[in-house]
Design a binder for this molecule. Structure first.
Ligand SMILES: NC(=O)C1=CN([C@@H]2O[C@H](COP(=O)(O)OP(=O)(O)OC[C@H]3O[C@@H](n4cnc5c(N)ncnc54)[C@H](OP(=O)(O)O)[C@@H]3O)[C@@H](O)[C@H]2O)C=CC1
Ligand SMILES: O=C(CO)COP(=O)(O)O
Ligand SMILES: [Zn+2]
Length: 346
């Protein structure tokens, strides 16, 4: 059986904090609700969402950090101890993933209230959670509703929007890798999920000049692409259409560094290199990233070129079951260095 689940409501617009109660009422959600945020997103929108909800619900809140098992357990404990009926995640990808996993484990619905357009986990059914060592993609359920407030998302520094483009553009190499795994290993492949995923990437490439302005229109375009990409993952039943070798490279950087760059910034650079390895037009990908102001070099990423090369050589070990252009054996040091140099990343 292949079960596909999607959000029931996606609300995109301006000044949506006052709309949260209406969405919850339409969905027949009951008290008490748990508001989950991070230390920064609490100030950015979390406290306002909490205040708004208090007019109609009993409200609890919890502050969490990175997307790891400990934080998911912390939220889960709150849900169970307080008899919480639904949760709302106000934050970036980490807060949304932690809430997604905890609400799935406790069997309650959750609402996604993104504060950035930096990742395509906004509407997806899977959560990327750090366990021992590297990140794993855990099956969960998609949000019951997504409330994407452009005014809140626009408070994020410009690099977050550019990172969103980096996360969506990676669908190009992710789908190539998926096709390869289908041909070589007989892995399940969904034409529909692949087509939707690629369409999201192509749209942001086409609209790069609008996105670079960072105005409402561009933010809306990125948010829609991120949501479509998340829906593609739900159709596929895994993150396959949006996560290939470029993501393995990003996960490798996360493992090697105490302070990595943004997820989408790293996957964007990974896409340039993996597109080169696939023999496709990596220059166009690089140009798009440059246009929107995303980093395209190790220097701009703030990461030592040595670490870039090391991440490229270990990327294939991160999720060995996910076959990609890196093959079973991965890149040699020389091949990694060559690919990074030819593409101008180092
Ligand atoms: N499940 C899925 O399908 C997917 C999951 N991901 C995951 O998402 C994560 C990346 O998400 P990303 O959003 O890039 O990073 P994070 O959620 O880790 O957020 C990075 C930082 O940005 C802060 N922040 C959030 N919103 C704003 C804002 N409006 N203004 C200023 N700062 C803000 C956060 O604050 P605070 O400290 O308060 O949280 C945090 O300090 C990764 O863990 C990645 O694996 C990515 C793609 C798909
Ligand atoms: O980041 C993702 C898609 O953009 C999720 O992918 P992962 O399965 O690699 O965590
Ligand atoms: Zn991603």
């Amino acid at each position: 059986m292949h079960l596909m689940e999607f959000p029931r409501e996606v609300v995109l617009g301006n000044n949506l904090i006052p709309e949260v109660v209406n969405v919850a009422k339409r969905l027949k959600l009951e008290s008490p609700v748990l508001v989950v945020y991070g230390p920064k997103t609490k100030e950015i929108a979390g406290k306002d969402v909490e205040r708004e909800l208090k007019s109609a619900f009993d409200v609890h809140s919890v502050t969490v950090g990175e997307a790891d098992i400990e934080n998911a357990e912390k939220v889960l404990a709150k849900i169970m101890d307080l008899g919480v009926k639904w949760a709302i995640a106000v934050g970036g990808g980490s807060i949304i993933d932690v809430t997604k996993l905890a609400s799935y484990k406790s069997g309650i619905p959750f609402v996604s209230f993104p504060t950035t357009a930096s990742h395509d986990g906004i509407a997806s059914a899977n959560a990327s959670i750090k366990g021992l060592g590297s990140k794993t993609s855990v099956k969960a359920r998609p949000p019951l509703a997504v409330i994407a407030d452009i005014d809140v998302i626009k408070t994020a520094p410009r690099r977050y929007l550019a990172a969103g483009v980096g996360d969506v553009i990676s669908n190009i190499t992710a789908v190539r890798d998926w096709r390869l795994a289908h041909k070589i290993r007989g892995e399940y492949f969904s034409e529909y999920a692949a087509a939707l995923s690629l369409m999201s990437a192509k749209m942001v490439m086409r609209d790069a000049e609008i996105i670079r302005l960072g105005e409402d229109e561009g933010v809306r375009k990125v948010v829609k692409a991120l949501i479509s990409s998340g829906v593609a993952m739900s159709i596929a039943g895994s993150s396959r259409p949006a996560s290939g070798a470029e993501h393995l490279f990003s996960h490798a950087l996360d493992m090697l560094l105490d302070k990595p760059a943004l997820h989408g910034e790293q996957t964007g650079i990974g896409t340039i290199i993996m597109a080169y390895l696939h023999g496709i037009n990596w220059k166009r990908i690089k140009e798009t990233l440059k246009t929107v102001g995303a980093p395209t070099t190790a220097y701009e990423l703030g990461i030592d070129p040595e670490i870039i090369v090391e991440a490229l050589t270990i990327a294939h070990t991160i999720r060995p079951e996910r076959y990609t252009i890196l093959g079973r054996d991965g890149l040699t040091r020389e091949a990694a260095e060559r690919a990074a140099k030819i593409t101008g990343v180092i």
